[in-house]
Design a binder for this molecule. Structure first.
Ligand code: ACM
Length: 263
């Protein structure tokens, strides 16, 4: 199975242009799974709900409908971050769109980072895994800052994730220290799609650090994008290898757990 991790710089507030770019990436790619960054339709650094609301959309909206249709037409899994309206709330969400639309799902970011707290509601879906039986792959999602909580990846792995996807807008360098550990300690495949570029709002600039990457079940980095260019990284992987949690004949990292001692 192949996954393409897309790293690009959405233009703040220019949803139509960003979506056009996303569609072009999808149409020019031939991997089975294509992964885009957090909030890739709108940009990231919103100053508040009033500014965010006009570009956020309901799950029945244009973006999700377009992705839903493309996933079916092209027989691929599309995973992309977007600002999701739901009643009077807006979530920092990630849509997962499958060739069989009955599997389509939306994850809402659990842990909000920095000034996201002015614009978004903390997610209420919790961490879940989609067991896509048609291809026998189990996919779990965490978004960006969720990585700082080892419980995020752990919870997904304990639910059986083969592949954890992490659409991101990472602005620090510290995540580089632990992504490989998240893959290794859970023996899962881990794909990080980060954005690049900068956004300035009210005199404050955020620099997004790129370096989108893929890790195998031993935490080895299989490929990495540059820090600041738009690019796509395609990696072949074998989802099933994540289901064997042993690394020698005596140790299995899930069977060896002793939760009664984890206070
Ligand atoms: C982040 O959660 N966007 C850093």
């Amino acid at each position: 199975m192949k996954i393409t991790i897309v790293q690009f710089a959405p233009i703040f507030g220019e949803k139509e242009n960003n979506i056009e770019k996303i569609i072009n990436y999808i149409k020019s790619d031939s991997a089975d799974i294509i992964l885009f960054p957090e909030l890739c339709t709108t940009g990231y650094f919103f100053t508040g709900r009033a500014e965010l609301s006009p570009v956020a959309e309901y799950r029945e909206g244009e973006f999700c409908s377009e992705m839903k249709q493309l996933a079916v037409e092209r027989n691929i899994i599309i995973i992309a971050g977007f600002a999701e309206k739901a009643a009077d709330k807006i979530y920092n969400s990630c849509g997962l769109f499958f060739p069989k639309p009955e599997y389509n799902s939306i994850y809402r970011k659990t842990h909000l980072f920095y000034k996201e707290k002015f614009s978004f509601e903390a997610g209420d879906t919790g961490f879940f895994v989609v067991d896509y039986k048609e291809w026998d792959i189990r996919i779990g999602t965490m978004i960006c800052y969720d990585w700082r909580f080892p419980e995020s990846a752990r919870s997904l792995a304990l639910q059986g994730a083969d592949l954890i996807v992490c659409p991101s807008n990472l602005v620090t360098d510290v995540w580089q220290n632990v992504m490989s550990a998240r893959a290794l300690e859970n023996m899962v495949w881990l794909a990080v799609s980060n954005r690049c570029g900068t956004e300035s709002r009210n005199g404050e600039e955020l620099v997004f650090k790129g370096n989108s990457a893929m890790y195998d079940t031993y935490g080895r980095q299989l490929g990495i994008c540059s820090a600041d260019n738009e690019e796509a990284l395609t990696i072949e992987f074998q989802p099933h290898t994540s289901r064997n949690k042993s690394f020698n004949e005596f140790n299995d990292i899930f069977n060896d757990r002793r939760p009664e001692y984890y206070k």
